[in-house]
Write a protein that binds this ligand. Structure first.
Ligand code: NDP
Length: 324
C-alpha cells in the first residue's frame, strides 16, 4: 500500500508509530518559542509524530504546542505520538521514573507514547535543573542499562508511557538487552543516526529480525550544531548525486533524502522550524524512487556519523566502536 503522511507502522507491543516524525532539537541559542511555533505548524500540516527529549530543553514549549492544538480541536490526544527520552544522568533505577515524571510535567501530558533510553551509557547525576548546565562536563557512570530497562518496564506497567525503546544502541547492546533474564518487554525501536551517508543496513537487518523498528535521525544531514557536529564534514543536501536525482524527479534534495529512508521501511525524523519546509517535506509521499535510482543513492554510503558524540569514546558503553 502506498505510504501517506497518515501511514503508521505497528510496533512489537501493538502500538502504532507514524512513519514520519517532526524533529525538535535546536541549538541552545535558538529561541525556544520557535520550536513551539514549528510544532503547531507541523500539527496543522498533518504531522502526528513529535520527537523530543529532556536534554533538548524544550519539552515545555513543544508540550504547549501539542496542548494548544488539542484545545483548539485540530487533534485529539490519541492522534499524537509523542516521544520523550531519558537522559543518561537518570539511568539509576530509582531515578528512571523521576526522569519520566519530569518530562510528563514539563510537556504537560498524562502519558508519553514512547520513552527511549537516549544512549546506552550512563552519566553521573548532577542535580542541576537546566539540562545544559547539568551535562557539562560529562562525568561517566557505570549503571547497567539492563537495570534501567527494568525500571522503564515498570513505568509502562504504571501507564505513564505506552511504549518503551532505545536510541543509539549497537547490535551487541541490543542483544544483551534482548537476552536479559526476565525481560518483560522488548524495545519497540532503536532510534539511530541514519541517512544517505550512513545506511545502517546491517543494524537494520538485525533489528528487523527481532521486530524492532529502526527510526532514523539526521536524515537531512543533521542540525550541524557546532556543539555536536564537526562542520568540516560534507553537507549532505549538497551532494551532487543526490541533487542530480532530485532534479530528475523535480523534487528537493531533502524530499529525496527522506524518501530513500522511508522506502527502506525505516521511520524518518526530520527537523524543520520553517513552515514552508515542513510543508515541502511532506512531498515525500507524492513520489516514488525507482529501484535503479535507489541503487545509485545506496552507493553514497560512507559510514559517516555526523554526531559521533566523541566525548563518550572512553566510556565502556560507547556504541560506535563496534562495526554496527
Ligand atoms: P535533520 O537531519 O532533520 O536536519 C535538520 C536541518 O535541516 C535543519 O537545519 C533544517 O533547517 C534543515 N532542513 C529541514 N528541511 C529542509 C529542506 N526541505 N531543505 C533544506 N534544509 C532543510 O536534523 P537533526 O539532526 O536535528 O535530526 C532530526 C531529529 O532527530 C532531531 O531534531 C531530534 O528530534 C532527533 N535526533 C535524535 C538524536 C538521538 O540521539 N536520539 C540525535 C540527533 C537528532 P530549518 O529548521 O531552518 O528548516
Amino acid at each position: 500500500m502506498a505510504l501517506t503522511k497518515d501511514s503508521r507502522i505497528t510496533l512489537n507491543d501493538g502500538n502504532r508509530m507514524p512513519v514520519i516524525g517532526l524533529g525538535t532539537y535546536a541549538a541552545p541559542d535558538v529561541p525556544r518559542n520557535l520550536g513551539e511555533e514549528a510544532t503547531k505548524a507541523a500539527i496543522d500540516l498533518g504531522y502526528r509524530h513529535i520527537d523530543c527529549a529532556y536534554i533538548y530543553g524544550n519539552e515545555a514549549e513543544v508540550g504547549n504546542a501539542i496542548r494548544a492544538k488539542i484545545a483548539d480541536g485540530t487533534v485529539k490526544r490519541e492522534d499524537i505520538f509523542y516521544t520523550g527520552k531519558l537522559w543518561c544522568t537518570y539511568f539509576s533505577p530509582e531515578l528512571v521514573r523521576k526522569g519520566l515524571e519530569k518530562s510528563l510535567k514539563d510537556v504537560g501530558l498524562d502519558y508519553l507514547d514512547l520513552f527511549l533510553m537516549h544512549w546506552p551509557f550512563s552519566l553521573k547525576p548532577s542535580g542541576a535543573e537546566n539540562p545544559y548546565d547539568a551535562e557539562q562536563p560529562f562525568a561517566y557512570d557505570n549503571v547497567d542499562f539492563c537495570a534501567t530497562w527494568e525500571a522503564l518496564e515498570a513505568c509502562k506497567d504504571a501507564g505513564l508511557v505506552k511504549s518503551i525503546g532505545v536510541s543509539n544502541f549497537n547490535r551487541r547492546q541490543l542483544e544483551r538487552l534482548l537476552n536479559k533474564p526476565g525481560l518483560k518487554y522488548k524495545p519497540v525501536c532503536n532510534q539511530v543516526e541514519c541517512h544517505l551517508y550512513l545506511s545502517q543496513s546491517k543494524l537494520h537487518t538485525y533489528c528487523k529480525s527481532k521486530d524492532i523498528v529502526l527510526v532514523a535521525y539526521s536524515v537531512l544531514g543533521s542540525h550541524r550544531d557546532k556543539n555536536w557536529v564537526d562542520l568540516s564534514l560534507p553537507v549532505l543536501l549538497e551532494d551532487p548525486v543526490l541533487n542530480k536525482i532530485a532534479a530528475k524527479y523535480h523534487r528537493s534534495p531533502a524530499e529525496v533524502a527522506m524518501r530513500f529512508i522511508l522506502q527502506k521501511g525505516i521511520v524518518v525524523l526530520a527537523k524543520s522550524f520553517s513552515p514552508n519546509r515542513l510543508k515541502q517535506n511532506l512531498g515525500v509521499f507524492e513520489f516514488e524512487i525507482k529501484s535503479e535510482d535507489m541503487k545509485t543513492l545506496e552507493s553514497l554510503d560512507k559510514n559517516l556519523h555526523f554526531g559521533p558524540f566523541k566525548e563518550m569514546k572512553q566510556h565502556p558503553e560507547y556504541p560506535f566502536h563496534d562495526e554496527y
